[in-house]
Design a protein. Structure first.
Length: 231
């Protein structure tokens, strides 16, 4: 009886593995927006008559992961004859401007694609990055991390819809608020105090053109001009 049972199980398994009913006929891709369709189609191509039970789903994920736009990818089976590929793409947190190039960067500081120009909806981080930018790899430049830290702090304050943050060769920071206001922050020390001081100044003195909080204890400011004369 045991031998008969083993034979029946073996025959059943063989039938399942050879049945055209379980041959993969469709690969369903979900979540793709930025990743090129041609890349996805090539990476998810599978041999004919592949069986859904035995096909190594990890191989599809491994082919897709090198694309820097893709943050995460999973592959699952949908019986009887389909695979489902779920792609999570990186989301742009800012745009890095360096050496005449623009790169969309996610919240983890990873550049994932080049763009022709900055998106007006995204803050621009302008700084020198001496090493080559490798898409999909974190940026190690200190100036970039300084700009990113400043952006995170500024985004906590409603008065600072950041348009651009510049870090110069001396590591001095300038923040451009959408609408034209320029805030000089100087060196990255005491950034939180400097931004808080700038916030209070904006609340007390509206319509400013320029604030200098390089020394947070003694801020300097310049109101906007009206009719060609200082207000």
């Amino acid at each position: 009886m045991s031998l008969l049972l083993i034979l029946l199980v073996g025959e059943g398994t063989f039938a399942v593995l050879k049945s055209p009913w379980f041959e993969i006929k469709n690969v369903i891709v979900q979540g793709r927006k930025l990743v090129a369709q041609e890349f996805v189609a090539k990476s998810t191509r599978i041999p004919e008559k592949s069986n859904i039970f035995t096909f190594p789903t990890r191989s599809l994920a491994d082919r897709l992961r090198p694309n820097p736009i893709i943050e995460k990818v999973t592959v699952s089976r949908r019986f009887p004859d389909a695979l489902v590929v779920r792609i999570t793409e990186r989301r742009a947190y800012s745009v890095l401007s360096t050496q005449g190039e623009f790169y969309e960067v996610d919240a983890a500081g990873i550049p994932f694609r080049t763009v022709a120009s900055s998106d007006p909806k995204l803050p621009v981080l302008s700084c020198e990055v001496p090493q080559a930018i490798v898409l999909g790899k974190p940026i190690g430049a200190a100036a970039f991390h300084t700009a990113t830290h400043c952006l995170r702090l500024a985004r906590q304050l409603k008065e600072f819809p950041v348009g651009k943050i510049t870090v110069d060769r001396n590591n001095d920071l300038c923040l451009n608020v959408q609408g034209g206001l320029l805030i000089r922050l100087g060196q990255p020390q005491q950034l939180q105090d400097k931004l808080n001081k700038a916030q209070r100044t904006i609340q007390l003195v509206p319509d400013l053109e320029y604030i200098d909080v390089t020394c947070p204890g003694a801020p300097a400011l310049k109101p906007k001009q009206t009719d060609g004369n200082p207000s």
